[in-house]
Structures are given as C-alpha cells and as structure tokens.
Design a protein around this ligand. Sequence first.
Ligand code: SAM
Length: 196
Amino acid sequence: MPFNHNDHYHRTLLRLVPDGCKTALDVGCGTGRFARRLASRGIEVDAVDPAAEVIEAATAQGGGPRFHHADITRMELPEARYDYISCLASIHHVPFGTVAALRDALAPGGVLAILGCYPERSAVDYAWSLAAIPINAAARLAVAAGPRDREGTPMAPVKPPEMSLQDIRREAGVLLPGSTIRRLLFWRYLIVYCRT
Ligand SMILES: C[S@@+](CC[C@H](N)C(=O)[O-])C[C@H]1O[C@@H](n2cnc3c(N)ncnc32)[C@H](O)[C@@H]1O
C-alpha cells in the first residue's frame, strides 16, 4: 500500500505519550513500525501480535521493543503497569470489551490511545469518506513518488471492521469513562483515555 493510513497518524499518537513515560504496550503491532518509534524515545516497549510472520519480521528488524507472539485476549496483563498503551487498527480484530483489560493495565496517569477503523453505516460516515477520497488519492500519488518500503516485509493481517462508530462511542463511554473519541479523516477514529 503506497500510503499507509495507520502510519499517517503516528505523529498524532506520539503526541499523546505522557511526559515521563517509561513503559508502553503496542497491541497488534504488525511489523513493529510504531513500537520502534516508541522505543526510539527510550521507552521500554512490549509489542504483541499473534501473526507469526509479522512478529518474525518485527523481531528481525529489532529496534528496541520486546516483541511477543501472542493474542492480547489470552494474555494476563499486569495491573497498572504501562504508562502508554497503543492500538493501531487492531481493536476491531478482537472483542471491543478487550479495552477493559487494557484500561486496567494502565499505570496511574497512563494513556490508552486507540486508533480504530469503522465501517460506513450512516450518511455522515459516507460524507466523511467522500471528503477523504480525493485527499487519499493525492497522498497515494505523493507517497508512490517517494522511496519504497523495505522489500519483502510481510503485510500485517487486515480485517474489515464491523462495529459502527455509534456503537463504539457508546461502548467506550461505558468501559472508558471520561475518554474522548473523535473521527479522523482516513476511515479512522481516535479514542484517548487517561487513567487518573
Ligand atoms: C491492520 S493490522 C495493523 C498492524 C499495525 N498496528 C500497523 O499499524 O501497521 C492489525 C494487526 O492486529 C493483529 N491482531 C489480530 N488479532 C489480534 C489479537 N487477538 N491480539 C493482538 N493483535 C491482534 C493482526 O495480526 C495485525 O497485525
């Protein structure tokens, strides 16, 4: 994919890393691009993905994170451990209720950032998609003209999202009280939850 929607939001997600962050968890890390960016800031990063080929590629590239070949829904996450938890385009691969375990794994003052995908269901969803299409096309052209990604790097598994943005807002309100959720341009939303 010449223009990667998830990578496009890395800077937004990095701005959410709390001051003094020491530990982070990246859920559904794929080949580890975001986890490496966190580790490059001196953060101790656990990065988790159940897809063997992407974890192999991530481990081979190294760059600091501890890569775990694991399913987040089957892990016993330590309570109050992480200062920052990120999920980039991965929460729709697991039941949304998984966010409760992520919430509990946050240290006091920690931040959970979920960059999620949603299906087009409402007129507003379609209107946003229409707005995104020309910008997406221009971005794809610009990226295609630039340097190529590393050859042979496997693609992280993808899955179409099923939960509507309306349902996600409702569930997030229950499971992540006080969180904010906003729609982003490229078929994404961003949930930010801070543990007090
Ligand atoms: C669309 S990819 C996104 C990968 C990466 N976060 C990125 O931004 O490039 C979704 C990732 O979620 C992972 N995933 C699927 N089920 C998972 C689970 N149960 N626990 C953790 N990760 C999972 C997939 O293997 C895949 O690598």
